[in-house]
Design a protein around this ligand. Structure first.
Ligand code: SF4
Ligand code: SF4
Length: 559
């Protein structure tokens, strides 16, 4: 089938990026501003219709009403002569809702309300509730399961978190997962849904960040993401569900990448990622047409960040109640993930980050990674709690490595008492190890050394001595972040522990006062996710966030 596209706008550009296998002859518009763009010839719609050498027209725009009127006035009909860009979206999905079925949502709670507010590309016909208390919800009928006689007339979206009982009921009716029903999490992760979110997003940020095109995080159970898990909530595919090329070159990853190259950054948390400090969204339609092509995803994930083993010799209060080392079934999974990484990911990595979870010098899984013959990256960044960063462990780790090595140590305290309370570790040992790291930095064996501090009620008074300690050690950077609740605290406890107001972005007055101290203005200080006090970097181009954040204060590291 040969197509022409009606519309020359950002939706068109996004569509061409996503569906680059389609046979598109040329683009058309009512009054084209140029004769060619993005490698395609552009013709006047009238001329294109007169020539008629295509099979179908694809209409592309944020709002297609005017274009549809134009086509219909010329006697053209939907489906026969023209279709919409959206008609292709579900080609990206592994699970497709059959078009001859009506969609029912199981559940009448907040998630159902949310789904009704979304552009899903289909209409919701009604709801199912095991414990029905009303006949109507959001102006649609509510059914008891036993009131449905012909299940195959419907497709069910389960919009309930604890869905065990519902799944049992669905299997009693002989319904099959995927074929007859899916969970709301699956629905909201479908590439077609994600694409709808970014392709019709009209926001525009004056920022180029290509991290999602070259970066992969592999964390617990083989789950993956293409940027920091604190900044981006959407997972890519699991490494056990698909092979490396399928994970990396999946439609879902392509959509995520699109959301950065089209500069909507639809899936980035603007309150967490420091690249958005002092950046406001504009409207892409008010900006001139960008004639350059979008950058593509790299062949392999070149930057790999691992956090698949939570084994650690400490038990910090923000993380866990007691020391934990993976064993039994958990260890089996960790080992399977490790094997898969070594075999299929490690050989292609240029920049390895170890480890976003657990302790790199305590976990046998991470040791297997850095000892593997396949581990030959050009750059390695160690994220450690520092208590095991001894001369012996360093010697063993660095032996035979040609990579440039960077060290980041999470400390969170400047005194023994606070360290013992927050991290429950040996402060004297940590201090010794930090002196050793400082020597390695001075001798150049480490090309970068940073100390991290998660700001919370217990330690905010030690921020100033922490910076002074960093200055004595000659670190490249001391990095402050706000405490996050990973499920360790109840909302009430967290409000007490956090030094931010309820909105999560305004500092409490005590913290603001500390941040205003002259020592906190030192060049080595970075306020990370405490955005109000973040120095505004004039950032417009970032190839990889992790490289950028290291070079910001560490100078040129990646060549
Ligand atoms: S680093 Fe880039 S991709 Fe990641 S959240 Fe920030 S802007 Fe988005
Ligand atoms: S050092 Fe890191 S992984 Fe270990 S308990 Fe503390 S926060 Fe968790």
């Amino acid at each position: 089938m040969q197509y022409i596209i009606y519309g020359v706008n950002r939706v068109t550009k996004d569509f061409l990026y996503m569906f680059d296998q389609l046979d598109i002859l040329y683009l058309t518009d009512d009054c084209p501003a140029a004769e060619s763009i993005w490698g395609y010839e552009v013709k006047k719609l009238e001329d294109a219709l007169r020539e008629h050498i295509y099979d179908k027209i694809i209409v592309c725009d944020f709002d297609k009403k005017q274009k549809i009127v134009q086509l219909q006035e010329k006697g053209l009909r939907y489906d026969l002569d023209y279709i919409y860009e959206e008609d292709f979206f579900e080609e990206l999905d592994d699970i497709v809702i059959p078009h001859d079925r009506q969609v029912l949502i199981w559940g009448t709670g907040n998630m159902s309300r949310f789904l009704l507010s979304q552009k899903l590309g289909f209409t919701i016909s009604g709801f199912i509730d095991l414990y029905k208390t009303k006949d109507m919800f959001m102006e649609k009928q509510v059914f008891l399961p036993e009131e449905i006689t012909e299940w195959k007339k419907y497709y069910v979206i389960v919009a309930v978190n604890d869905a065990g009982e519902i799944i049992d009921t669905l299997s009693q009716y002989r319904l099959i997962k995927g074929e007859d029903y899916m969970s709301y999490q699956e629905l909201l992760s479908l590439p077609s849904y994600m694409l709808r979110k970014t392709i019709f997003d009209q926001s525009y940020y004056d920022l180029e960040c290509n991290t999602m095109l070259n970066h992969l995080e592999i964390f617990g159970k083989g789950n993956t993401r293409c940027c920091c898990t604190t900044f981006v909530a959407q997972n890519l595919d699991n490494i056990f569900d698909k092979n490396r090329d399928e994970v990396w070159h999946s439609p879902l990853h392509k959509v995520m990448g699109l959301s950065t190259v089209n500069k909507t950054f639809s899936f980035c948390d603007k309150n967490m990622c420091p690249l958005f400090v002092a950046k406001k969204a504009g409207d892409c339609r008010l900006k001139g047409q960008d004639t350059s092509a979008y950058q593509k995803i790299t062949e392999f994930p070149e930057t790999l960040s691992l956090g698949h083993d939570s084994s650690c010799n400490l038990s910090c209060i923000t993380c866990r109640e007691k020391v934990h080392f993976a064993k039994g079934k958990e260890l089996e999974t960790v080992n399977r993930v490790t094997d898969e990484i070594i075999r299929n990911y490690l050989p292609y990595v240029k920049f390895l980050i170890l480890a976003g979870n657990g302790e790199v010098f305590a976990s046998p899984a991470y040791r297997n990674i850095y000892e593997a013959g396949e581990c030959n990256p050009q750059y390695i960044r160690l994220l450690s709690n520092g208590t095991l960063f001894t001369p012996e462990n360093w010697k063993h780790f660095a032996e035979g490595k040609k990579a440039k090595i960077m060290l980041t140590v999470s400390v969170d305290a400047a005194t023994e008492e606070t360290y013992r309370r927050i991290r429950r570790g040996n402060f004297a040992a940590l201090k010794r190890n930090m002196n050793f790291a400082s020597e390695l930095r001075k001798s150049g064996e480490l090309c970068y050394f940073r100390m991290n501090f998660v700001v919370q009620k217990e330690n905010y008074k030690e921020m100033i001595p922490f910076v002074e300690w960093g200055q004595e050690l000659g670190v490249d950077e001391v990095f402050f972040t706000k405490i996050l609740n990973w499920g360790t605290y109840t909302p009430e406890e967290f409000a007490e522990v956090s030094m931010m107001e309820e909105d999560g972005i305004t500092p409490k007055p005590e913290l603001k006062k500390v941040c205003e101290h002259p020592v906190m203005q030192s060049d080595i200080v970075d306020m990370g996710t405490i955005q109000f006090a973040h120095k505004i970097d004039e950032i417009h181009e970032v190839e990889n966030y992790y490289m950028w954040e290291l070079e910001k204060r560490g100078g040129k590291i990646f060549i």
